[in-house]
Design a protein around this ligand. Structure first.
Ligand code: 0O2
Length: 219
């Protein structure tokens, strides 16, 4: 009897998770299609990797508690934007914005919120472009709009975020070391931001000189 009750309570959550997994598939497919097209059309593909994750129930509940959101499925769907997450890693900063435009111009995508942590990095040093989008999933008798958080970032931004996540993010750090560690991590973020800018400039120079070379070769 108890198991029955538990499984009946779990069912809506399982169903909701399945909807979010479908939404992830929709967004991933969009980036995979773009990646195919870039590979065919150009001599380089700006998309390095696409990673996805469904936020764990534990993390969702912790976030709801932290934000004082009442625990219900409706509130979860309404208030938590990053249950479905797709992360796209690309080569250059310019690519981040180009890929965001490619996604947002698709007519089944609605932009709900944009957080540009590249133009306005977090105090921690975190940089990335976050787009909260709505995408429809098509079920047997229903079209259901779902929210997905898309994080687009360069390899350098991803390097910093992954390392920082391992070292510090949401961990208890001894109070006397907190400031020095934060400063060191913020400095690393600045170094990586400057590497990103230099790579971007090099790319601009190289594509200019390739263009001039092509022009010279013209009969
Ligand atoms: P995970 O493991 O990716 O699921 P909040 O989540 O409440 O702190 P908000 O406004 O909901 O903040 O979202 P925000 O800050 O725009 O983006 C949250 C997500 O961005 C995080 O998800 C991380 O993936 C990433 N992020 C934001 N700040 C940092 C940071 O300082 N360092 C690292 N490494 N990642 C960051 P989750 O759910 O916290 O984690």
């Amino acid at each position: 009897k108890l198991l029955d009750r538990i499984s009946r309570r779990l069912e809506p959550i399982e169903q909701m998770n399945a909807y979010y997994r479908c939404a992830i598939m929709e967004i991933e497919t969009k980036f995979r299609v773009l990646s195919e097209q870039f590979s065919l059309k150009y001599d380089r593909n700006p998309i390095e990797t696409i990673k996805s994750r469904l936020k764990s129930q534990d993390s969702i509940l912790k976030k709801m508690n932290r934000k004082g959101i009442p625990v219900s499925l409706e509130a979860m769907e309404r208030e938590i934007d990053d249950i479905a997450g797709v992360r796209v890693i690309c080569s250059f900063v310019e690519d981040v914005y180009m890929l965001a435009d490619c996604l947002l111009q698709q007519d089944d995508i609605t932009l709900l919120e944009k957080k540009d942590y590249i133009k306005h990095p977090k105090d921690s040093g975190y940089r990335s472009l976050h787009l909260i989008v709505q995408v429809p999933i098509f079920l047997q008798n229903e079209k259901r709009p779902m929210k997905v958080e898309v994080q687009i970032r360069t390899l350098a931004m991803d390097l910093w975020a992954s390392q920082e996540h391992k070292l510090r993010y949401k961990k208890q750090i001894p109070e006397n070391e907190e400031e020095a560690i934060s400063q060191e991590l913020a400095e690393c973020a600045q170094i990586l931001a400057s590497v990103d800018n230099r790579m971007q400039n090099l790319r601009a120079k190289l594509s200019d000189s390739r263009f001039q070379e092509d022009e010279r070769r013209r009969p």
